[in-house]
Design a protein around this ligand. Structure first.
Ligand SMILES: NC(=O)c1ccc[n+]([C@@H]2O[C@H](COP(=O)([O-])OP(=O)(O)OC[C@H]3O[C@@H](n4cnc5c(N)ncnc54)[C@H](O)[C@@H]3O)[C@@H](O)[C@H]2O)c1
Ligand SMILES: CC(C)[C@H](C(=O)O)[C@@H](O)C(=O)O
Ligand SMILES: [Mg+2]
Length: 364
């Protein structure tokens, strides 16, 4: 079959990692008889340089009209890039927020699990990782602090900045439903993470999540405060199945969860709307510190491409083949620098893409 994919290489390491994901997708196409048609659009700093804005309306429409979107990352060195001092809507990250909002991508799914082969790269002690861990973070993506009113002003001679954290019950309900649906296909445990000891938005969050839970009697629901969750993730990650949380908490906790998988270069993600459409991207950023050196780990992006095949195209066998190829390459001992450990073979970004593409097998 034919599929139309919008590619957004973006900034920093984005083009390098998207190139490798495309290589792997093309190999899948060859073996399984699909044709992936790609259209590239600019987003982030590269779009600001070309058009003066981080996402043009035309680029957004191209993405909307395709079957799915694969993104590398956007942004420069925070605090120290030529885009940093621009107005909020003229910064690279504003392109990412605009595409998430514009395409209604309210559900961000970030799976974090430990490959046996990466136990040495995990910074936690063996006694803590025990039998490993396998969790999914379900992060609300189009509400909260990221999208509330904000301003910076001088009040009585004092510079003051305001960000607003707003959630309504409908926004909470639809992401909670997503989390419970995912839990039903897994170990049937949802940990809803909030700050209900302080924030009104979190108290509403808890109430609505409890209402949704009534429709899922087989799922065990518990609540956890976000500060405790940050601690529990490194103390006992095996306790989590599905973590459900709001936008900002999910951003922070998913970076923490990524590191215990061995590296931030391993964590894939899917940002979904109500239908099967999605934008797929690694959880990490544009890593300007290592851009252009062929050392970035492309696995998070390659695993995001696998999620694209599974969620947007219903190509389960093909997605399994990509995930299995990653596992095999890790078993073969190949590592990028971020997940390197003793006795393994260090390779670069492009070689990692080659190894994974070569390992794609037909499941038929
Ligand atoms: N989805 C996105 O586009 C996205 C996500 C997060 C951050 N950002 C942007 O990225 C820029 C840099 O942000 P940051 O430095 O805080 O976060 P980052 O995730 O880009 O980098 C954090 C650290 O992890 C390393 N790293 C990240 N990805 C890696 C990979 N694939 N392989 C090996 N090492 C990797 C980097 O070298 C760096 O040391 C900022 O402009 C930020 O806004 C974009
Ligand atoms: C770049 C930034 C806006 C983004 C976010 O905070 O959502 C990133 O950190 C992520 O995790 O996708
Ligand atoms: Mg983040």
């Amino acid at each position: 079959m034919d599929y139309n994919i919008t590619l957004i290489p973006g900034d920093g390491i984005g083009p390098e990692i998207v190139r490798e994901a495309r290589k792997v997708m093309d190999r899948v196409g060859q073996i399984y008889g699909h044709t992936f048609h790609y259209k590239e659009i600019l987003m982030g700093g590269c779009s600001i340089d070309a058009y003066g804005v981080p996402l043009t309306q035309e680029a957004l429409e191209t993405a909307r009209e395709s079957d799915a979107v694969l993104l590398g990352a956007v942004g420069g060195n925070v605090g120290n890039s030529r885009w940093y001092d621009a107005a909020p809507d003229k910064r690279p990250e504003a392109g990412l927020l605009a595409i998430r909002r514009g395409l209604g991508l309210f559900a961000n799914i970030r799976p974090a699990f430990l490959y046996d082969q990466l136990a040495d790269a995990c910074p936690l002690k063996q006694e803590i990782i025990g039998n490993g861990f396998d969790m999914v973070i379900v992060r609300e993506l189009t509400g909260g602090l990221y999208f509330g009113a904000r301003r910076t002003e001088t009040i009585d001679g004092v510079m003051t900045a305001v960000d607003t954290l707003t959630y309504n019950e409908n926004e909470i309900r639809r992401i909670a439903v997503k989390a419970f649906d995912i839990a039903m296909k897994r170990r049937k445990k949802v940990t809803s993470v909030d700050k209900a000891n302080v924030l009104d938005s979190s108290r509403l969050w808890r109430k609505v999540v409890e209402e949704v839970a009534e429709d899922y009697p087989k799922v065990e629901l518990s609540h956890m405060l976000v500060d405790n969750c940050a601690m529990q993730l490194v103390m006992n990650p095996g306790q989590f199945d599905v973590i459900l949380t709001e936008n900002m908490f999910g951003d922070i906790l998913s970076d923490e969860a990524s590191m215990i998988t061995g590296s931030i270069g391993m964590l894939s993600s899917a940002s979904l709307n109500e239908s099967r459409f999605g934008l797929y991207e690694p959880s990490h950023g544009s890593a300007p510190d290592i851009a252009g050196q062929d050392i970035a780990n492309p696995i998070a992006t390659i695993l995001s491409a696998a999620m694209l095949l599974r969620f947007s195209f219903d190509l389960d066998q093909e997605a399994d083949a990509v995930e299995e190829a990653v596992r095999q390459v890790l078993k073969d001992g190949y590592r990028t620098g971020d997940i390197m450990s003793e006795g393994c073979i260090r390779i670069g970004t492009a070689q990692m893409g080659d190894r994974i593409a070569e390992r794609i097998r037909s499941g038929r």
